[in-house]
Ligand binder design. Structure first.
Ligand code: GLN
Length: 474
């Protein structure tokens, strides 16, 4: 059994009854144990996942199994799963037990996927390297001296190292696409509102989206099919019909127009990344697609706009961790003020505190107009840039990150360098559009390079189609 094959390949054997879900879960569990030092999981549901697997094996025999029968899935520890601890990678929620299931988890289980465990992550999803977890860093599966990317570090490593068939992550500014790129797998951020956020612990509510990591574009499409759709528990989930994502994967790009934003392909782009992307562009040309230069003139403002708005939203969302209602409470308190101050000082890590301070500052009365309101206005300009570009092209192709996987510790003392790592990914969250990261080869050191495809709002079929084409035409 090849533990890193796509779900589709494994599914065929399952339905021909050449393999069982139980054996598959056992195999993934043994990889989790063997590669414990990668620190990808915060909790592993050994007994429950094996038990659940047996039940699905019986359903397969009876012919009643769902569309994700036997898919073994890992879940970022920012999503609630009833009766299990949901830490968000923070000491603040070390003992917090979720009281209900996130809609995505309910849907996955109804389709007969097996949840194998909850994965490590940058605290409250703030980070680009997997080094901000209160439970230790997650390491890159191909080179343990390097970062796997973040913030969905554990979910990405779980799939890249064969600890699960697929996984769920969240993407507020790149946290699915960037690690997928650095680890050489597929990562999909759907359109804002495409997937219900009910049961997702909020970081920046106008940006957050849930999406899959997978070993193939097709597997990502299968997961999206099950988690997408309107949910009455999330008023921001979109009431837009869910198309058949699998039927979009026809591997035909003839006549399609693919945009290359000139601002993303300047001379500063790393040469190896540029040449890997050029190969993908050639593939598209050979397939009959037309390559068109487009402009996203406000690209230079994306990082500052994102880090103003996301921190503002975070400072408000994280106000609920006050030491009084739930979560960590300092034992060293004397009055109400010290409950707040000490619980928050001891419960949050450095990066989370930095974001709360930045966010509080940009929202404070003297600075609101200069920073927060201005950033809201620039967000509109960035959205308009994409609207204009999509009048000319069907989808946009860009790099995923400025470098391949960097060394552990390399950017930890320089937050600005860490933030700059998100330069190619945050624009999709600012505009609310879907994006996918697809493998595009390796650099001279054998480290993966990813390519990003961006689509119009709700046009996941388009980026999945182009991604599937790129994956299957070398
Ligand atoms: N790296 C970005 C940040 O730190 C994005 C995080 C995310 O997408 N959750 O905010």
């Amino acid at each position: 059994m090849n533990i890193q094959e796509s779900y589709d390949t494994y599914r065929k054997r399952l339905f021909q009854q050449e393999e069982t879900v139980e054996a598959r879960v056992a195999e993934h569990l043994s990889v989790i144990t063997k590669r414990k030092n990668l620190n990808a999981f915060l909790s592993v549901f050994e007994k429950d996942s094996l038990l659940h697997a047996k039940g699905i094996d019986a359903k397969i025999k009876k012919g009643t199994a769902g569309s994700l029968a036997g898919m073994v899935i890992a879940i970022k520890d920012v999503l609630s799963m009833k009766g299990t601890v949901t830490t968000c990678g923070s000491k603040m929620l070390e003992h917090f037990e979720a009281v209900y299931d996130a809609t995505v988890i309910k849907n996955l289980r109804a389709a007969d996927a097996v949840v194998i465990g909850k994965t490590n992550m940058d605290e409250f999803a703030m980070g680009s390297s997997g080094e901000n977890s209160a439970y230790g860093v997650t390491k890159h599966p191909l080179d343990e001296s390097r970062v796997p990317g973040g913030s969905s570090s554990g979910s990405c490593v779980a799939v890249a190292a064969g600890m699960a068939t697929t996984s769920l992550g969240t993407d507020t500014g790149g946290s699915i696409r960037q690690p997928a790129g650095l680890c050489g797998i597929v990562g999909l951020k759907p359109t804002y509102g495409r997937v219900s956020r009910y049961g997702l612990v909020a970081f920046a509510s106008s940006f957050d989206q849930i999406g899959p990591f997978a070993n193939s574009v097709r597997d990502a499409a299968r997961v999206l099919q099950v988690i997408a759709g309107k949910d009455e528990n999330d008023s921001t989930s979109a009431n837009v019909p869910v198309p058949d994502y699998l039927s979009a994967l026809d591997r035909n790009v003839k006549g399609m127009k693919i945009g290359l934003p000139k601002e993303y392909f300047s001379d500063v782009l790393n040469k190896e990344i540029r040449s890997a992307i050029d190969k993908k562009i050639d593939q598209l040309k050979k397939g009959g697609a037309e390559i068109v230069e487009v402009s996203l003139p406000n690209s230079e403002f994306t990082i500052s706009t994102y880090y103003i708005l996301a921190t503002a939203e975070a400072s408000s969302n994280l106000a609920r961790y006050d030491g009084a209602r739930y979560g960590f409470r300092s034992s060293n308190v004397s009055d109400l003020n010290s409950v707040y101050t000490k619980s928050r000082s001891e419960g949050f890590g450095d990066e989370v505190k930095r974001r709360i301070m930045l966010g509080t500052y940009v929202l404070s009365s003297g600075y609101y107009d200069a920073y927060y309101r201005k950033a809201q206005q620039v967000r509109h300009l960035i959205q308009n840039d994409f609207n204009d570009a999509f009048k000319k092209v069907d989808c946009i192709l860009t790099p995923i990150s400025p470098t391949t996987a960097f060394k552990l510790g390399e950017k930890m003392n320089d937050p600005l360098q860490m933030y700059l790592n998100d330069i190619y990914t945050v624009s999709a969250n600012l505009a609310g559009i879907p994006g996918i990261s697809v493998p595009a080869g390796v650099d001279a050191q054998g480290l993966p390079i990813g390519v990003q495809l961006l689509g119009k709002q709700f046009d996941e079929p388009m980026i999945l189609k182009v991604g599937d084409f790129l994956e299957n035409n070398n």
